[in-house]
Write a protein that binds this ligand. Structure first.
Ligand SMILES: [Fe+2]
Length: 268
């Protein structure tokens, strides 16, 4: 079949425009937050049916990011989970509005009436005058766990401080906690080196690649998230779940990797 030059050019133009449209639409998915429900089967776990909302990498570093974070909290609360866990990188940088962002976000978490806990990520330590950022988070109404265990809802929540910045203590789980241990550690790759026997480690940091190829194929993830990028890894040395997170770093762009909050039902 012969196609005229004019028809060919017209087809090519339509194809290019469609591809550009899909590309732009994908780049705009930074705000297309989705709620993902998964049921995980864990070793050494008796608290069957416990439901956890995982919010990570909020990266609240501008007003638009705060709006997204507040929507994530609202969606998480609507699910009525037993716990809301915030797994680090709540901020990206320290600027004039950072204390206000932290007050607003942590206040909203408290107002859900659901028990909430948090750990630190690398960005809290990278920020300008990091000690002030850590102090704001420490003073917030959401308890900050730093290499310590909180017993709650029949489980042992082990908050591990940041591994990339070497603030973690991978041996900080007391021996008596040998069942029902839910660990929070911002970076997923170091989870293999946690000592003791966590039933599950909850991480973020990877952003799932943030800007991916179709099919959520990632071509770049940060140090600390090269082995484990997204989803559940039941066969890892310590069973691990990695969230694609809510926020972004660098340009406020995501492609083929929408922001997510994770509602995890945990069974033994
Ligand atoms: Fe991170």
């Amino acid at each position: 079949m012969k196609i005229s030059r004019r028809k060919f050019l017209k087809g090519a133009a339509i194809g290019t425009a469609a591809a550009a449209g899909v590309g732009f639409w994908q780049l705009g998915e930074v705000d297309r937050l989705r709620v993902r429900h998964q049921t995980l089967t864990l070793p050494r776990w008796d608290a069957n049916g416990l439901r956890v909302a995982l919010l990570t990498d909020l990266h609240v570093d501008q007003d638009a990011a705060e709006v997204l974070a507040l929507r994530a909290i609202e969606l998480a609360a609507q699910e009525k989970p037993d716990l809301i866990l915030v797994s680090g990188d709540t901020i990206s940088r320290h600027y004039q509005k950072t204390p206000q962002h932290i007050t607003t976000v942590m206040g909203r978490l408290r107002d859900t009436g659901i028990p909430c806990y948090q750990v630190l990520g690398n960005h809290e330590y990278w920020a300008f005058r990091a000690h002030e950022v850590v102090a704001y988070l420490q003073a917030s109404p959401v308890p900050l766990l730093r290499n310590e265990v909180q017993e709650i809802e029949g489980i042992n929540l082990w908050g591990v401080d940041d591994a990339l910045m070497n603030r973690w203590r991978p041996d900080s789980l007391p021996r008596k906690y040998d069942r029902n241990v839910l660990a929070m550690l911002h970076e997923p790759d170091p989870a293999d080196d946690l000592q003791g026997s966590p039933s599950l480690v909850l991480s973020g940091h990877s952003h799932g690649g943030q800007v991916c190829l179709p099919g959520q194929i990632s071509f770049h993830t940060p140090k600390g998230a090269r082995r484990y990028i997204r989803g559940f890894y039941p066969s890892a040395p310590n069973p691990l779940f990695v969230s694609c997170g809510v926020g972004t770093t660098g340009p406020r762009v995501r492609a083929f990797c929408p922001p997510e909050i994770n509602i995890l039902t945990l069974n033994g």
